[in-house]
Design a protein around this ligand. Structure first.
Ligand code: B12
Ligand code: SF4
Ligand code: SF4
Length: 264
């Protein structure tokens, strides 16, 4: 069996663990890294559904389909099982988002696309509308770490950011609407106004929507993302299985009520 058969239509690439060894995040998942890790297989999970799905949406695109922490993790775990059968002498561990790996860097280093000024990974076919997952292994695959490629640098994302959170040095988390919409506690009037203006109760897509590299993005080949799509959320809708479930009912309801109050 070839690696391609394992991942089907999903793009994947391999980079060395050595390249990120000094960049690991401290998190609970770090202890799952295989001892003597050698290679990282990064897998892309495209999630763009087509503009028609987002016409009346009041949440960020990444949260429209069922929670990727569950759906993409399940796919990644199946790939990991197949790899374990193929190479029983090696260890394989899957990570997604809650990962000690700098995922954007891994995807760029594996040659899957470019590093955008919006600090996101951008693939030629699917744009930045992709989740990133990794399988780390002590198996030494034939690795050629790729040259780090950057986007065109047109600055459209920086100009479009409504809170000036984005700059040459990265994202200022304290100004980023994506972060602020996920924070507990009271929202400032200024943040509520911005969320209402862009009708987005969870996350923020503005720096991605403004990016020319996303203009011709292909829709996802993952059927489950279409089948589970729910682009609009009402206060009180159950949060189970949604990307905002980890934060609980109160936070998403707070955001929806704030937006509705300002956009009656
Ligand atoms: C914490 C976090 C956030 C925080 C902070 C983000 C930040 N950049 O500071 C908040 C809540 C704001 C956030 C928001 C979003 N996030 Co986020 N986030 C993460 C998480 C869990 C860790 C990243 C981190 O800690 N960054 C903090 C510092 C170090 O960030 P930084 O200085 O920008 O550096 C990062 C990259 O820019 C890159 N990098 C830095 N320097 C260089 C230099 C080169 C040459 C290269 C190639 C890379 C590189 O590596 C660093 C680590 O990721 C990752 C998952 C992961 N484990 O990597 C997902 C992740 C980056 N997020 C993701 C997504 C989808 C988003 C949102 C688009 C969600 C939304 N629609 O609201 C927004 C986009 C905001 C933005 N423009 O970045 C995806 C990105 C997919 C992609 N195509 O790139 C990831 C990979 C999760 C996943 N598994 O899919 N996020
Ligand atoms: S996610 Fe929104 S607020 Fe955050 S950097 Fe991008 S455009 Fe700015
Ligand atoms: S908008 Fe321009 S500068 Fe920003 S990520 Fe896209 S190509 Fe790069």
């Amino acid at each position: 069996m070839e690696l391609k058969e394992i991942f089907g239509s999903l793009p994947f690439g391999i980079s060395s663990f050595e390249a990120v060894k000094h960049m690991l995040f401290e998190c609970a998942a770090k202890k799952r890294l295989p001892e003597n890790a050698k290679s990282i297989i990064t897998v892309l999970f495209p999630y763009y559904l087509g503009e028609e799905y987002y016409e009346n949406s009041n949440i960020s695109r990444y949260a429209v389909s069922a929670d990727y922490h569950i759906t993409a993790s399940e796919m990644l775990n199946k790939f990991t099982q197949k790899l374990k059968c193929l190479y029983p002498e090696n260890s394989f561990e899957a990570f997604i988002d809650n990962s000690p790996l700098p995922e954007v860097f891994c995807a760029v280093n594996a040659g899957l696309g470019v590093f955008g000024k919006n600090r996101l990974f951008i693939n030629e076919e699917y744009g930045s509308w992709v989740f990133l997952g990794e399988i780390v292994t002590d198996r030494e695959f034939d690795i050629q770490n790729k040259e780090i490629s950057l986007c065109s640098g047109c600055n459209k994302c920086i100009e479009a950011c409504p809170t000036r959170a984005l700059g040459e040095n990265g994202v200022n988390k304290d100004l980023c609407l994506s972060h602020l919409s996920q924070k507990k506690g009271e929202l400032s009037e200024e943040v509520i106004q911005k969320m209402a203006q862009y009708n987005c109760a969870w996350g923020c897509d503005i720096c991605q929507k403004s990016c020319p590299m996303n203009k011709l993005a292909k829709v996802t080949p993952i059927k489950e993302f279409f089948e589970t799509a729910r682009p609009t959320v009402k206060a009180g809708d159950p949060v189970e299985g949604r990307a905002f479930a980890w934060r609980g009912q109160k936070t998403i309801d707070r955001n929806i009520n704030a937006i509705n109050y300002n956009n009656p």
